[in-house]
Design a protein around this ligand. Structure first.
Ligand code: TEU
Length: 574
């Protein structure tokens, strides 16, 4: 690997990430600079002033490493080089320096549960008897079956994005494990050589000046001893649930922390953990254990489904969503730390999923959802475009879908006889493609994202919904996010105050307090598209309360308008 280039590092005082707001960039859809229709690193650098104006502290970059793009970069073929699609290492260094100049930190996406099948490690591992054979999971065909014939896979597990988690390799006559897809073979973390190679790569990025890592499906790296994933299971999340939170997870994370100096250098670490429970999160984020700072839970984004297949749609009553976030607040109140998010590159747009993206209510519901999330305790994550209320895209035909997960679901469900309109309904509501349409910068062609033809169609509502319009409107969603970010920076009670859910069963109102010493903040939010009466008797005394941030001017009315929210500072106890 080339020598590290010394960089001026921005200060990273102890626990700095507890008062930070992180902004996730999905580079492919953020800003194109060279007209090829695909976002790139120089494009991100050109938008740093916008991000500084928003006020965010950290950028999380989805993968820009060398990759054949089977899963849009979550299949890495070289961890220490940049894919030409996105630019060069020099471009990345320039972005890092320019971000640091603005006091903005940069966190890389670490995808080390698996590599690409084109990674040199895997190419070597494919050779029977090679020194890297044990860097991946290889198994013989099922007993009594001819290798390479249908049904000869070691077991019947599906992959998240492919019919089988096992792929036959004629080179050795054996099968390798790819929990996500054949293009993403799982690394064998039981092998210390694998772990040390990952740690060396991480140190290389730290020496280059990055400020931390978002760790992709990091709770899958320790897999159950007996690897058989069991019988036929639902496509998608099924396999993950069988291999998550294995017996050596804490050991590996603590070793990584030690070997890379994650805590020693005050790096931000957030582990994406499908299938993680509060108990796992409390352990992993307990500062005394020196594993990770925080995790991404999936519980709240798996509630609007009738089974553990995300495509099996279900309505989500507000009390269930409130309850789940409150459980995580309570579960990590004494030790550990929450991350706070609604959407990312894998989830549909928040305002369409949890809010009301109609022209009448989109702005207020985007603001109110943001107030609720950012006033919980933890580190908030903003996904590109969320800050000005970008919505799901009008995806009505399978030809519009590009994501490997969507296309795999369509293929499997069609083969299983699921009606096309039912498949398209599920894709429209939950497909990852919703989050991957180009960022809508302004009302010029292709929303200012590219001067070429965008890799994915721009949402046609870009003329009404774009960053330029939002920045110029003092009552925009963008302006609301700026205020929320400023609050987090300035208010100790927002950062550290104890959380208490109120009105848990109310179907419209989301209400809670944050308390630190004598200071009590109250959030009361109407998360519905109908007016809601304030149950004054069931709330703290509002007499003398001060409106800190609201969506509507009249903060004294006893009826909340649709999607009206109020952040109030209660008068101190007399
Ligand atoms: O996602 C982890 C994961 O569980 C995904 O299957 C996600 O839950 C699903 O797509 C929801 O619909 C991470 C990355 O964020 C994702 O983009 C990658 O595809 C995946 O890991 C494999 O690296």
């Amino acid at each position: 690997m080339s020598s590290a280039v010394e960089f001026d590092r921005v200060a990273r005082p102890d626990g700095w990430w507890r008062s930070a707001v992180v902004y996730q960039i999905y580079p492919r859809s953020f800003q194109d600079s060279d007209g090829d229709g695909i976002g790139d690193i120089p494009g991100i650098t050109s938008r740093l002033d916008y991000l500084a104006e928003l006020g965010v502290d950290v950028l999380w970059l989805s993968p820009v490493y060398a990759s054949p793009q089977v899963d849009n970069g979550y299949d890495i073929s070289d961890y220490t080089d940049i894919d030409p699609l996105f630019g060069t290492l020099a471009d990345l260094d320039a972005l890092l320096a320019a971000a640091h100049e603005r006091g903005i930190k940069l966190v890389m996406d670490l995808v080390v549960n698996h590599t690409s099948d084109l990674h040199a490690w895997f190419t070597e591992s494919r050779e029977p008897g090679s020194a890297k054979r044990d860097w991946y999971f290889w198994r013989p065909a099922r007993p009594g079956c001819e290798p390479g014939t249908p049904g000869a896979e070691p077991d019947d597990s599906h992959a998240a994005f492919a019919p089988s988690a096992w792929t036959y390799d004629p080179r050795s006559g054996e099968y390798y494990l790819g929990i996500f897809s054949p293009g993403q073979p799982d690394l064998n973390w039981e092998n210390p050589e694998v772990r040390q190679a990952v740690y060396a790569m991480m140190r290389w990025w730290v020496d280059r000046g990055v400020d931390g890592f978002r760790m992709d499906v990091i709770n899958l790296i320790s897999k159950p001893e007996e690897l058989t994933l069991g019988g036929p299971i639902e496509p998608g999340q099924g396999s993950l649930r069988r291999v998550a939170n294995g017996p050596r997870l804490d050991e590996f994370l603590a070793e990584m922390n030690r070997e890379v100096g994650l805590d020693a250098q005050n790096l931000l670490t957030v582990g994406e953990m499908p299938g993680a429970t509060i108990e796992v999160a409390r352990r992993v984020t307990d500062p005394a254990r020196h594993e990770l700072n925080m995790v991404f839970t999936f519980e709240h984004v798996n509630l609007d489904q009738a089974s553990w297949s995300k495509w099996d749609l279900a309505e989500l009553p507000l009390p269930r969503l409130k309850e789940n976030l409150a459980q995580w607040q309570d579960g990590l109140a004494e030790a550990g730390w929450n991350s706070l998010y609604y959407d990312n590159h894998d989830q549909p747009r928040a305002v369409s999923r949890f809010g009301d993206d109609s022209p009448e209510h989109r702005v207020d519901s985007a603001k109110t959802l943001a107030t609720v999330l950012h006033l919980h305790k933890g580190t908030p994550y903003i996904y590109q475009g969320e800050e000005f209320g970008m919505t799901n895209a009008p995806l009505t035909q399978i030809e519009q879908y590009l994501d490997v997960e969507s296309l795999n679901y369509h293929s499997l469900a069609s083969a299983a006889g699921v009606p096309e309109e039912q498949i398209l309904r599920s894709l429209a509501r939950k497909g990852r493609d919703n989050a991957r349409t180009p960022v809508q910068w302004d009302a010029t062609p292709y929303a200012g994202f590219t001067t070429g033809i965008p890799w994915m169609a721009v949402n046609p509502n870009y003329r009404q919904i774009n960053a330029d319009e939002a920045r110029r409107d003092p009552d925009s969603v963008f302006a609301h996010f700026q205020q929320l970010i400023r609050l987090r920076h300035s208010s100790e009670v927002v950062r550290e105050g104890r959380f208490q859910l109120l009105l848990p069963d109310h179907e419209q109102l989301w209400a809670f307090t944050r308390t630190l010493g004598d200071e009590v903040l109250l959030v009361v939010a109407n998360c519905s598209s109908a007016p809601a009466e304030l149950p004054v008797g069931s709330l703290p005394d509002l007499d003398g309360a001060e409106l800190i941030l609201g969506t509507h001017p009249d903060a004294a009315a006893t009826t909340l308008a649709p999607w009206e929210s109020r952040l109030l500072r209660l008068s101190p106890p007399r």
